[in-house]
Write a protein that binds this ligand. Structure first.
Ligand code: MRU
Length: 367
């Protein structure tokens, strides 16, 4: 059964609540842009493409369920709501990219209020469909690149965070490449980093890997270097992207930067999987990418279902427990930047970007 993280039908939207996974699969209704803003901020939905699509569709539902006096009132309403949605999370570019495209579209659409609303809804719905197709193409391109670069003997892959069906409209980017390599019979084993502090790896990627019967093992973030040293069958690290700067510097989940360094030390290919909507050609280098700081509670507390003395998980009772010394200061940047110099390839739905003889990516040609 395909994992459905975003349930959309015209006039209604619900998302699989990622705060309750992996122990409970509960759909959370999103009726308007305020619901979407809160769901993104609270990480009920997360992952760069997913937050863009949920924001776009939430506004589509709100528009479909509201009466407007004129086309200009719709345009103003859409502009204000998109500006508000963009402030929910700053690092991923997909959300502001989607907002810019949708705002341009309503401003350029002529006709009455209903015509402008219909144009917005059609464009938002297309983003949902396009993202799944783009991810499948990223998977296909990543598989071909791996065969060409690594070879056709089975190999293992390491990944971080969650970049799968839960982080996108479906299939996934980095996890999509793992899915494609597994589907081709080339995957020996997938290793998932736990991804502290928010545990997207242990909660969400592990859930998707188990769901798809992909042979996989969970490790803590601090085990990555020794894993590469002791498991030479790992030939590739594949990560997602929240924003790829013009020069290829890539912002992604905190911990990605250190993976790019250990990959170089161990001669393992370091690959970024990103739809072209994650490329921000206006931002020249990673220095220009705003890194979201998140609240200290993510480090000092953990939430999950209670485990009884026999090791049985009680799905009914979730608790938050405090795990750090009270009073300790906390630094919690949610993302870091892997430098282009340490990236071997950026796999998009349109093809794979590699550096030229001067060590430079040319991402403009993919837009
Ligand atoms: O804080 P998150 O969970 O939204 O961070 C997600 C990531 O860093 C992903 O790797 C990235 O958004 C790519 S998802 C296809």
């Amino acid at each position: 059964m395909v994992l459905e993280a975003i349930r959309y039908t015209p006039h209604s939207l619900a998302i699989l609540d990622q705060l309750r996974l992996p122990h409970e699969s509960v759909y959370f209704p999103i009726k308007n842009s305020v619901d979407a803003f809160n769901a993104i901020k609270s990480m009920t939905v997360r992952g760069a493409p997913a937050i863009a699509i949920v924001a776009a569709l939430a506004l589509a539902v709100e528009l479909a369920n509201t009466e407007f006096e004129s086309a200009d009132v719709v345009r103003e309403f859409v502009g204000n709501k998109l500006k508000y949605l963009v402030t929910s999370r700053p690092t991923a570019v997909n959300l502001s990219d989607a907002a810019r495209k949708l705002e341009n579209l309503v401003n350029e659409t002529e006709g009455d209020a209903k015509t402008v609303v219909r144009a917005y809804i059609a464009a938002a719905e297309k983003m949902l469909v396009d993202d799944v197709n783009d991810n499948k193409n990223i998977g296909k391109n990543g598989l071909e690149w791996a065969k060409k670069t690594i070879g056709t003997d089975k190999f293992s892959i390491l990944t971080i965070c969650n970049t799968g069906s839960l982080a996108t409209a479906g299939y996934g980017t980095a996890l999509g490449i793992i899915r494609s390599i597994h589907g081709d019979g080339l995957l020996s084993h997938a290793y998932a980093l736990e991804t502290r502090p928010y545990n997207q790896g242990s909660r969400l990627t592990a859930y998707e890997l188990v769901h798809d019967n992909i042979p996989a093992t969970l490790i803590t973030d601090s085990m990555a270097s020794v894993l590469l040293k002791t498991h030479p069958e790992i030939k590739m690290i594949v990560v997602g992207a929240d924003r790829v700067a013009q020069n290829g510097d890539t912002a992604n989940k905190i911990g990605t930067y250190q993976l790019s360094i250990v990959a170089k030390h161990h001669g393992v290919k370091f690959v970024v999987a990103a739809p072209t909507t994650s490329i921000d050609i206006q931002t020249k280098t990673g220095e220009g990418i705003a890194i979201e700081q998140r609240k200290p509670e993510e480090l000092v507390t953990v939430r999950g279902p209670v485990v009884d003395k026999h090791g049985k998980v009680d799905k009914e009772e979730a608790k938050t427990v405090h795990i750090a010394a009270p009073g300790i200061g906390v630094w919690n940047p949610s993302f870091d930047v892997a430098p282009a110099a340490l990236i071997d390839a950026i796999v998009t739905e349109k093809g794979v970007a590699e550096k030229d003889q001067n060590g430079e990516f040319h991402l403009e040609s993919f837009l």
